[in-house]
Design a protein around this ligand. Structure first.
Ligand SMILES: [Zn+2]
Length: 371
């Protein structure tokens, strides 16, 4: 049976450890020790070296008593910032901070739910299948742990990513692809008062390009945003350079390519009109995925939720997560919630009751998967 007090203690232990992306050594040691105590064989993969981080992903395997297909469980161990001197407050059954830092329930609540669901299942003698647990590093700084993860590290090809908030019935069955675009515009400096005709304003080029591109919600599946613009030195200098950072995302790869091309053309055309040099770097940050509604991952999660009186709510998300990379690498997985709220803000919090229900859902998933 899920032990809410033990779950809370696990969560608090992890949440008190400062662990922004690339600085997860201490939290990784704590998580790895817990997995070892549960009978897992553990190691770190080489991703830490690739990304210049303190640790790679934690890869843990435990052979099971059930012949059912092996299962994959994932959560990430890094958090967004600010985190130093995290001061946790528990009030009316809700865990939060004093308001000066984030809490890091995203995704330490996910890690804690995985540990508790496993421990509880083992205590109860549940016949688990082979279990692969992958706790990723550097999720919040570009999904780096999952991005460089080698699927040959694990045997399971089906599972659950515990990195969702509310509602607890959420089952993340899909997510968009995303392209990021970094555009450097090089114009020509000139004195803005005495000889503006000798200059080429990179800011003007950027402004024309941005004004000419479709922006915001493009269609029901596609969005685009210019998020950062920097450039220029002083009002009396025609701006010689300007940098623009933008993104497009879509559930549909064709729409994504079309939108991206439209945005790039707007920059190219504006550059040509003014004789500026336009240098564009496009990166596919992650690939879209779709897990069918009748898949094992969705039906098992739905059954577990229904048993607990929770209505399953399978839906696509608007953002990317480690699940995008795992699915792209052949490990089919959906995302489950663990109850956190207002993540990536200093108001981040989690109700102990919700986190406990998240662990119960996962415990049910493990039991059903072992049948
Ligand atoms: Zn997360």
């Amino acid at each position: 049976m899920i032990n809410s007090e033990r779950l809370t203690a696990t969560f608090l232990e992890l949440a008190r450890i400062n662990s922004p992306g690339r600085h997860e050594a201490v939290v990784a040691n704590a998580i790895e020790a817990r997995l070892k105590a549960l009978g897992f064989e553990t190691r770190r993969d080489g991703v830490g070296q690739i990304i210049g981080g303190e640790t790679g992903n934690i890869i843990a395997h435990r052979p099971g008593a059930s012949p059912a297909p092996p299962i994959f469980l994932n959560a990430h161990m890094d958090t967004v910032q600010p985190t130093p001197n995290i001061n946790i407050v528990i009030e009316d059954g809700v865990i939060r901070t004093d308001g000066t830092t984030i809490l890091g329930a995203d995704d330490k609540a996910g890690v804690a739910c995985i540990l508790e669901a496993l421990e509880s299942s083992l205590e109860d003698g549940v016949a688990l299948p082979d279990v692969d647990v992958v706790i990723t590093a550097a999720e919040e700084i570009g999904l780096l742990g999952a991005r460089y993860f080698d699927p040959a590290e694990v045997v399971a090809r089906s599972g659950w990513v515990v990195d969702g908030g509310q509602p607890l019935g959420y089952i993340g069955v899909g997510a968009p692809s995303q392209n990021t675009m970094k555009t450097n515009i090089t114009g020509k400096a000139a004195h803005a008062g005495t000889s503006p005709e000798h200059g080429i304003s990179a800011i003007r080029v950027a402004a024309e390009a941005i004004a000419n591109m479709p922006h915001g919600r493009i269609d029901p599946e596609t969005t685009a945003n210019v998020g950062v613009i920097t450039g220029g030195q002083a009002t009396n200098i025609v701006a010689p350079s300007c940098e623009v950072k933008a993104e497009a995302r879509s559930q549909n790869l064709d729409s994504l390519e079309r939108q991206t091309e439209t945005m790039l053309n707007a920059f190219r055309e504006a550059g040509e009109r003014h004789g500026a040099i336009v240098d564009i770097d496009v990166e596919r940050v992650y690939e879209a995925f779709t897990v069918p509604g009748d898949s094992r991952e969705v039906t098992i999660a739905s059954e577990s939720m229904t048993n607990l009186g929770i209505t399953p709510e399978p839906r696509r998300s608007g953002g990317g997560s480690d699940a995008n990379y795992f699915n792209a690498k052949g490990i089919r997985c959906v995302i489950l919630g663990c109850g956190y709220e207002d993540i990536h803000t200093t108001a981040e919090r989690i109700a102990i009751g919700d986190m406990t229900m998240g662990a119960r859902i996962l415990e049910g998933v493990l039991r059903i998967a072992g049948r």
